[in-house]
Write a protein that binds this ligand. Structure first.
Ligand SMILES: Nc1ncnc2c1ncn2[C@@H]1O[C@H](COP(=O)(O)OP(=O)(O)O)[C@@H](O)[C@H]1O
Ligand SMILES: [Mg+2]
Length: 409
């Protein structure tokens, strides 16, 4: 082989190696590109709100979920300081959580509110260091836990009411037995006495007080769903109409009552007296809330309204899995829904936390016993239903009672 040929061969070999290297490089480029795409897709697909800032908290990258939440494009946020993005009032505020990271903490986890978005998040903040251990950039991952917190609060409130019901129910049960003995014996003593005598008068007074005490104890037993009851298949429509016609006779004529009942309403298994009591309690509260607007202490809280009224709506409703997940005590199935709305004084959030507790009342001394909603709670619970209350100060209150449809025989 002459020199020329050898050179040729060598060149061909080099060319082959070069081609191989190129193919390798192409493969590497392809996989780098794939990794980049996958990384970006992941970054933008996850529901968590994720952004990356430099060591000073200036946004370098923002994922799609966060941009969507803020109603902007991710690129609109690049270059902005974290505290501007989250409208933090103070430098180094909780939402951006930079200070501790800048001071050397490598991971930080905390719960915080983002008020202008109306959400609560668990924030995970991770520091990323250069090989020479200098703070390079910071990863911020926020998980929206608003819904979770709302349900947790509901559940806690339910558990609190349940605990009170257990205690109240136990005490009421003992007192009920004692009062049965007291009332029975006082009754017997009355029979032995001359109705004109002074002794009779004393016994009569004690007897009447014991009867009142027994009434309160029975309401506490109802709250604890401990009252033994006979159920029958009933139409809520009939009971609503009866209670409303009774109420119309006594109510302030400035309060309009509107009733919408739906024919073909499903039946429910319940005690009609209990359902009447429940409606009376709810309607009395609605009435009182309006009276407090019309003439009471809360006149100034109530917005100017053309007219004051109570609306009652009775309908069939099907609860699906998604809806039942919104409320801690809701469950899927078929229910009769009673909605009672008033445009009275409404309640603030603090009041709403306590309304089902026995003896909780905001009424002036002597006017309310605070047992109305406690007994409504017990009645609805006994029938395996639930109650939702929505209220706003000055605007009014809507109470929704769900009672399960009676199973056909
Ligand atoms: N429709 C309503 N509008 C405004 N506040 C209400 C309404 N229903 C209940 N409340 C509030 O809940 C409290 C407890 O109600 P309840 O258990 O019926 O007891 P009471 O009526 O004896 O005060 C009331 O004192 C009131 O503050
Ligand atoms: Mg009441």
């Amino acid at each position: 082989m002459n020199d020329e040929n050898r050179e040729k061969e060598q060149l061909i070999e080099e060319l082959k190696t070069l081609r191989n290297r190129l193919a390798n490089l192409e493969r590497v480029e392809k996989s780098v590109l794939q990794a980049k795409n996958e990384w970006e897709n992941t970054f933008d697909t996850v529901k968590d709100l994720i952004f990356i800032t430099d060591r000073d908290g200036i946004a370098r990258r923002v994922n799609r979920s966060l941009a969507d939440k803020l109603g902007v494009q991710p690129q609109d946020l690049i270059g902005k300081p974290c505290r501007d993005i989250f409208r933090c009032r103070h430098k180094g505020t909780e939402n951006c959580s930079l200070v501790k990271i800048q001071q050397g903490l490598s991971i930080r986890e905390h719960e915080t509110e983002i008020p202008f978005l109306g959400i609560w998040v668990i924030a995970h903040i991770y520091a990323v260091y250069t090989p020479s251990m200098e703070l390079d950039y910071i990863i911020h991952a926020y998980r929206d836990i608003t819904e979770h917190r709302r349900l947790e609060k509901q559940l806690l409130q339910l558990q609190k009411v349940e605990a009170i019901a257990q205690l109240a129910g136990g005490v009421a049960h003992e007192f009920n037995n004692l009062l049965t003995g007291i009332i029975g014996n006082l009754g017997l003593a009355k029979l032995q006495l001359n109705t004109e005598s002074e002794e009779y008068l004393f016994i009569e007074r004690a007897y009447n007080s014991a009867e009142i005490a027994s009434g309160i104890v029975k309401r506490l037993l109802t709250f604890a769903s401990k009252l033994q009851d006979t159920y029958s298949v009933i139409s809520v429509n009939d009971i609503v109409l009866k209670v409303v016609s009774m109420l119309r006779e006594t109510i302030n004529p400035r309060i309009k009552i509107l009733v919408h009942i739906h024919k073909d309403l499903w039946a429910v298994m319940a005690n009609p007296v209990q359902i009447s009591n429940m409606l009376i309690s709810l309607l009395t509260n609605a009435h009182d809330a309006i009276i407090e607007c019309l003439e009471g202490l809360f006149k100034h809280e109530c917005k100017e309204k053309e007219s004051f009224g109570i609306t009652i709506n009775v309908e069939n409703t099907k609860i699906d899995d998604n809806y039942s997940k919104l409320y801690a005590d809701a469950r899927p199935g078929e229910f009769v829904l009673i909605t009672i709305s008033d445009n009275g004084r409404g309640m603030d959030a603090e009041t709403q936390k306590h309304i089902f507790e026995p003896f909780f009342t905001t009424r002036r001394m002597g006017t309310g016993k605070g047992l109305g909603l406690a007994t409504v709670y017990g009645i609805v619970k006994q029938y395996k239903g639930w109650i939702n209350v929505h209220s706003e100060v000055g605007s009014g209150t809507t109470v929704k009672v769900y009672l399960p449809r009676a199973k056909p025989y």
